[in-house]
Design a protein around this ligand. Structure first.
Ligand code: T4K
Length: 395
């Protein structure tokens, strides 16, 4: 079974397939000059943190882009989830997909909430009302849905379900910046959405996160909580934490942000190229965005059908790595199988999650983004075809 373990690429042995490692998750780097220009501003103003001008500029630009009343830039998406959970006053259980990055669940456990895992719709890899309803209980205070790989979950039916049961709907859009849902930018669905600006994300601040909401009260509470519980008059009016984003991170995000549209177009092009090059490779299918989603194409996800391909997903992953091509099984195993949760299925997994388990055994994320060339895409797909051989391709 694959884990979320990292690897040391400095010692990676590169086989003839590629001279330089081709890696999933390589950051979208801005022009150095743009970044230096922004950092120069930071130096000129001698203002490094605590709502500096670059941070305010970043929040304003994102708020316009997402058509959202409030964008609060914070240290990372994990903390953003915790801030929203605290500001919403969540208690007891929160329903989450098992099929997500472990941070979604860990963020809750770390603040004393109990993640309860629901299964996903295998077509979209997101929660639906039908998968959530069976695990709702009198202790449920929220549904935390995830827009995985930028696939937007069915927000209307989840919001209706949440309303019927008197619980909150919060959305983990860590992977979904730049995504639209029926033409509208994601960001303002549910009570709040959170985004990640981690280095591996389409827009990043090295490390960073966003809370986005149209709810004035919720935004005000998150703002107070993210800065030691200090209200606008300077009084510590509640218990908070320190989740402030600093100016150098804001500079990085501001330098990366202008390229977002171009990067999405380029990602779309690479997704199409992957589709063309993988057509006819037996047992390999490329996942497409879910209906209604205007994807950022930041995650190129294939499924390996071992019975047809003759190799398992883990074998494809390992054999690609042996050729200097680094992929990730986002997300295997499902969170319900991670040791902290596996040991207490009565608390976390009241119902089986068969679609999660099936998908977690098949998926593999392939390299894409500005650091990956068209030639790299062909190198990756040729390698996959060779691994799947001897049957390999059909005409
Ligand atoms: N919710 C969801 C649905 C998420 O996907 C995430 C984060 C969160 C919540 C929490 O967001 P944050 O609190 O992080 O803001 C990476 C990221 O660390 C993580 O942010 C991200 N999701 C997750 C999907 O991917 P790993 O464990 O896969 O990272 P790692 O070190 O194995 O790197 C992934 C690939 O990127 C490798 O091929 C190496 C490459 N890489 C990485 C970094 C950091 C680079 O080439 N350069 C770099 O600087 O978690």
């Amino acid at each position: 079974m694959l884990t979320h373990a990292t690897y040391d690429t400095s010692s990676a042995e590169c086989r003839p397939a590629c001279a330089v490692p081709i890696m999933v998750g390589q950051p979208n780097l801005p022009g150095l000059e743009e970044l230096v220009g922004l950092i120069r501003e930071v130096f000129e103003h001698r203002w490094l943190s605590n709502r500096g001008r670059l941070l305010r500029r970043l929040e304003d630009e994102l708020s316009r882009m997402l058509d959202a009343r409030h964008v609060i830039a914070v240290v990372n998406a994990t903390t953003a989830i915790q801030l929203v959970a605290r500001a919403c006053g969540l208690t007891g259980e929160v329903v989450v997909p098992s099929f997500t990055f472990s941070a979604t669940a860990q963020a809750l456990t770390w603040i004393g909430l109990t993640p309860v895992f629901a299964d996903i719709d295998p077509a979209t890899a997101t929660l639906t009302a039908a998968t959530v309803e069976p695990v709702l209980s009198p202790r449920t205070s929220a549904i935390l849905a995830v827009n995985l790989w930028g696939n937007v979950c069915p927000v209307e039916e989840l919001a209706a379900l949440a309303d019927r049961h008197g619980v909150k709907l919060i959305i983990d859009s860590a992977q979904a910046l730049g995504v639209t849902y029926h033409g509208r930018p994601v960001g303002v669905f549910g009570s709040a959405e959170v985004f990640s600006l981690h280095a591996t994300k389409i827009v990043h601040a090295c490390e960073g996160g966003l809370v986005v909401t149209n709810d004035d009260r919720l935004a005000a509470t998150v703002r107070v909580m993210h800065s030691f519980g200090t209200d606008p008059s300077g009084v510590v009016s509640t218990i908070g934490t320190n989740a402030k984003m600093h100016e150098i991170s804001a500079a990085m995000a501001l330098a990366v942000l202008p390229s977002l549209g171009e990067v999405i177009e380029d990602n779309r092009h690479k997704h199409q190229l992957y589709r063309r090059c993988l057509t006819g490779v037996l047992g390999i299918s490329l996942r497409e965005p879910s209906p209604g989603t205007g994807s950022n194409y930041h995650y190129v996800v294939i499924e390996v059908d071992a019975s047809t391909a003759g190799v398992t997903r883990d074998q494809v992953h390992e054999q690609l790595a042996a050729r200097g091509i680094y992929t990730k099984a986002y997300f295997a195993p499902g969170c319900h199988m991670l040791p902290p949760y596996r040991c207490a299925p009565h608390l976390h997994t009241p119902r089986p999650v068969p679609y999660t388990e099936a998908l977690a055994a098949r998926v593999l994320c392939l390299p894409t983004g500005p650091a990956v060339t068209d030639t790299d895409v062909r190198t990756v797909t040729d390698a996959i075809a060779a691994i799947v051989a001897p049957v390999g391709r059909v005409a």
